[in-house]
Design a protein around this ligand. Structure first.
Ligand SMILES: [Zn+2]
Length: 253
């Protein structure tokens, strides 16, 4: 899951914070800041982008609702992620959230036993607390769901598999480019980042190219893929993913 920084509330020409009367009216500004991806599964969306309340506006009785119209509480999600999350009370101690954590770190995308599908699992090597939190986040968003109904609606697992194939062919083209005498590292790195922008599922790309600093630089470049939290990647260390909350002793992720 890509870590995000969508920035402060957008302002009008006079510099005043914009106010909306319907939360859907944030959609175009959200796309402008973070791209047209579901923030949870990271699939690119061609339509049906749902403006979703991070903290639900209609939580169960006894739980405080999140702000209904505030920019700070808005993100973009696909139907399956938004429906799975529903009105579940959300907090950053219970779940990994793309604006609070380096959400690349606690998850892995793997092929399912049925290799037409790929699912999200807890990344091996987490401590018990982190594993629990990653597990609960996967459950919250049903990121391990495979929809086997004839009238399938949730195609996230199929799209993840397609993204795995895209990353594999990008790697093959990259390795061939390295062997070429006309190889231009910058052009190839930008090309790979643009393929990633088409494919989504960014963790697969970070995973494949984590030890290629120039490619990691382009993958996290907000002029190519908008809204990535650059403080989650160490520019002094080849843009490797790093924890976002290093001073939090119980969970630096
Ligand atoms: Zn999604």
């Amino acid at each position: 899951m890509r870590p995000l920084n969508k920035g402060n509330t957008p302002t009008d020409a006079a510099g005043n914070a914009i106010v909306v009367s319907a939360y859907r009216d944030w959609r175009s500004r959200l796309i402008n800041r973070i791209g047209y991806y579901c923030v949870y599964c990271n699939q690119p969306l061609s339509h049906s982008l749902q403006v979703e309340h991070v903290i639900p506006k209609n939580p169960p009785k006894g739980v405080s609702p999140g702000p209904a119209l505030d920019w700070d509480n808005m993100l973009l999600a696909c139907g399956p992620c938004n429906n799975a999350k529903d009105n579940t009370p959300i907090d950053a101690n219970t779940y990994y959230l793309p604006e609070e954590h380096n959400t690349h770190l606690p998850f892995s995308i793997v092929l399912n036993a049925n290799p037409d599908h790929a699912i999200v699992i807890e990344r091996p090597g987490l401590n018990a607390n982190q594993h629990h939190k990653a597990h609960d986040t996967i459950e919250l968003l049903a990121l391990d769901n495979i929809d086997e109904r004839p009238a399938i609606v949730d195609i996230r697992s199929i799209k993840r598999k397609a993204a795995i194939l895209s990353v594999k062919s990008a790697r093959q083209v990259y390795d061939m480019a390295l062997a070429s005498t006309t190889y231009n590292a910058n052009v190839v790195a930008i090309d790979i980042a643009r393929r990633a922008a088409d494919s989504g599922f960014f963790s697969l790309w970070y995973e494949e190219f984590f030890n290629e600093p120039l490619i990691m630089e382009k993958l996290t470049d907000n002029s190519i893929i908008k809204g990535t939290a650059t403080n989650c990647f160490d520019s002094n260390m080849g843009y490797i993913p790093i924890p976002r909350n290093p001073l939090n002793p119980s969970d630096p992720i």
